[in-house]
Design a protein around this ligand. Structure first.
Ligand code: SF4
Ligand code: SF4
Length: 265
């Protein structure tokens, strides 16, 4: 493996900035990160940030919601060798897409949140995940991202390799930990079977159902078996579907599959 000089940028679109904050929260490794790679753009960390400069890896946080967001991500795509969708907003649309997933129009959503007469001084659009606007090379989900997973991504880029994308469910990590299953034991609507692993099954490890904050898995073959398992244990699949749309409103394939199961098709 060959170590390379890496030019890295962090770019925010519409989001809570929590993923970028979590990068800055890696306090014990922050000096290493800033010495190992050249940070070209990271507005939360340095006023010397330059959006227009080229980078090897661009970490883009947030969903594309405004015209400015769209312009920014297209500009970054032109200047970046690799684009990483950072966080569930960038990967799946995130919580700001929840209303869209639930069938609200953008107008209805705006009126519900801001009232009838609110005027925006920017052009807003229905929130979209990054890959509905530009090509994305890698996905780093999480709300916010996991610090260890970010370090793993960065290390692979530094050493001229690529991060392996996780496509197995939270259930796998949950079973490895030996947790009692909150669906089977307590009839709670846990989204672990449908959600991308990587958090170490944080919520079920605390006895709480997974809310799906890392977004749905891509591999969907087991959806029917898992949906039936939920129903058998007293979990309303409609409740699970409603929860799935909170973070994965744009994950049409898994949502459609789940809907058809709920309708008994
Ligand atoms: S359904 Fe939830 S609690 Fe049960 S094994 Fe999967 S992640 Fe764990
Ligand atoms: S268990 Fe689910 S809701 Fe909790 S952190 Fe992991 S993916 Fe997110």
């Amino acid at each position: 493996m060959e170590k390379r000089e890496l030019r890295v940028g962090f770019y925010p679109t519409t989001s809570c900035y929590g993923c970028q904050l979590n990068v800055l929260n890696i306090e014990d490794k922050l000096i290493d990160i800033f010495t190992e790679v050249k940070i070209v753009c990271f507005h939360m960390a340095t006023s010397a940030s330059k959006i227009e400069e080229s980078v090897d890896v661009a970490f883009i946080e947030g969903a594309v919601v405004t015209e400015d967001d769209e312009e920014l991500v297209k500009k970054v795509r032109e200047k970046a060798k690799y684009v990483v969708a950072m966080g569930t907003c960038a990967c799946h649309g995130g919580v700001q897409s929840a209303n869209i997933g639930a069938g609200f129009s953008l107008d209805e959503a705006i009126k519900t949140v801001y009232g009838e007469n609110f005027q925006f001084d920017m052009k807003v659009m229905p929130p979209r995940p990054l890959d509905k606007v530009i090509d994305v090379d890698f996905y780093l989900p999480g709300c916010p991202i996991e610090k260890e997973e970010f370090l793993y991504f960065l290390a692979t880029f530094i050493w001229s390799t690529w991060p392996e994308q996780k496509d197995f469910p939270v259930c796998q990590e949950c079973r490895q930990k030996g947790n009692p299953c909150v669906v089977i034991e307590e009839g709670k609507p846990c989204l672990g079977p449908f959600t991308t692993a990587g958090c170490g099954a944080r919520c079920p490890s605390l006895g709480l159902p997974c809310m799906g904050c890392r977004g749905p898995i891509k591999e969907i073959q087991r959806v029917d078996a898992m949906a039936k398992m939920m129903e058998k244990n007293g979990v309303d699949p409609l409740e699970a579907l409603k929860r799935m749309k909170v973070f994965g409103g744009h994950s049409d394939e898994i949502i459609e599959k789940f809907k058809s199961l709920v309708r008994g098709e």
